[in-house]
Design a protein around this ligand. Structure first.
Ligand SMILES: Cc1ncc(COP(=O)(O)O)c(C=O)c1O
Length: 389
């Protein structure tokens, strides 16, 4: 029997929530159902809120450090959840994962170097390369009969010109967990061409029932040696506002370069409450995450059944994350028409496909980490707007 209540609707208006309180700025409308920004409309788990409240009751919030117990909780979590064995001193703090891959680009590549990404992909992947005047190399994913695959010939061609590969695993927005064979093949090509891998695994815990996440750096010590792995409790436990993440680096030379930069900027202090929340989540969150992903799976079924029955929208099958990638190709509508209909007729706020780069045209991403009632409402509005049967 389920222990946690994911049906509860929480009013997030006027909490300075990007998803709710910036609707008007982004969509020019504030009465739509927001299903865009990747955080959840579920309560951050009670054991995390209690840990933060307990610490908050101490009257001084001065300089603090992250204890060995904090690092132990990360190490034990990845061992338990992902069968990945790491050491405490491989964990380097980062306030977030987008900062983490920007720091990696700044510290481990030079202006003009090539950085490889796989669009359609989370939009900061593009700016992290171009903002620092590195060369953007794109290995576009292949959409083949509803399934996303990698064009390995193109991957090798681009990797041969790259210094770094920014991997999204599980992939946002297409929802794929790259399997062991695919990961090994990408890693072998990177090793052959001297390419450092930054594996963004921020969604590693958000795995749908029946699937299993594969850690790139867990495949072999040789692969770990060229890989920086980005993980965080932020998506897992809905605590992105606490700005606490980790980059796991086993290679001493890479770690010293990377950590040296973070220390030089005096960023390693981090956020006192983030550390407390992270440790509570990693120590006590197994059951919560398992129930969360069962609930999300039911939301996905609901969406898929209705949209595919009543409209020409296709729901791309996913293995991970609470975001779902929607294919509007058969509707015959162009991107502007899709966007306008969603905002002004359906009144739902989704993430616009083209912002994810090439391959995002005529797709939208919907966030299903919301109580069932909200998902039902969004799906029924979208079905009515795009109804064709
Ligand atoms: C693949 C991926 N990386 C990073 C982030 C954000 O990371 P952070 O908020 O820790 O900077 C997201 C958020 O949606 C994401 O999907």
């Amino acid at each position: 029997m389920a222990h946690y209540d994911f049906d509860k609707i929480i009013n997030r208006n006027q909490t300075d929530s990007v998803k709710y309180d910036l609707r008007n700025w982004y969509f020019k409308s504030d009465d739509l159902l927001p299903m865009w920004v990747a955080d959840m409309d579920f309560e951050t788990p009670d054991f995390i809120r209690e840990a933060v409240a307990t610490r908050a009751r101490h009257p001084i919030y001065g300089y603090s450090f992250r204890s060995q117990s904090y690092a132990d909780s990360i190490r034990e979590w990845v061992e338990r959840r992902h069968q990945w064995t790491i050491q405490n001193d491989w964990c380097v703090f980062s306030p977030g994962i987008v900062p983490a891959f920007n720091f990696a680009i700044l510290t481990l590549t030079k202006p003009g170097d090539g950085v490889l990404i796989q669009p359609p992909v989370y939009f900061p992947f593009f700016s992290s390369v171009t903002d620092h005047h590195r060369k953007l190399l794109q290995n576009q994913l292949v959409y083949n009969q509803g399934i996303y695959e990698i064009d390995f010939d193109d991957f090798e061609k681009k990797a041969s010109q790259a210094s770094m590969f920014l991997l999204s695993n599980p992939h946002n927005p297409v929802g794929r967990i790259w399997n062991e064979a695919e990961l090994r093949r990408m890693a072998d090509i990177c090793r052959k061409h001297g390419v450092i891998i930054v594996s963004d695994e921020i969604h590693n815990d958000l795995i749908l029932p029946g699937s299993k996440h594969v850690v790139m750096a867990g495949l072999s010590p040789e692969i770990a040696d060229i890989t920086l792995t980005c993980i965080a409790p932020s998506k897992t436990f809905n605590m992105a506002g606490l700005a606490t993440s980790s980059v796991i680096i086993s290679n001493v030379e890479l770690r010293e370069k990377y950590a040296g930069f973070i220390n030089a900027l005096h960023l390693s202090g981090g956020n006192l409450f983030g550390a407390v929340a992270s440790e509570a989540g990693y120590r006590r969150g197994d059951r919560w995450v398992d129930e969360l992903m069962q609930y999300v799976q039911q939301n996905i079924y609901l969406l898929k059944n209705q949209l595919e029955e009543l409209t020409d929208i296709r729901v791309v099958d996913s293995q991970a994350t609470y975001m779902v990638w929607l294919d509007f190709l058969k509707t015959g509508l162009d991107d502007e028409a899709i966007k306008m209909k969603l905002i002004h007729e359906a009144k739902v706020g989704l993430s616009h496909g083209p912002t994810f780069g090439p391959g995002g045209e005529r797709f939208q991403r919907i966030n299903l980490a919301a109580p069932r009632k909200l998902v039902e409402e969004a799906v029924s509005r979208m079905s009515a707007t795009f109804k064709c049967r």
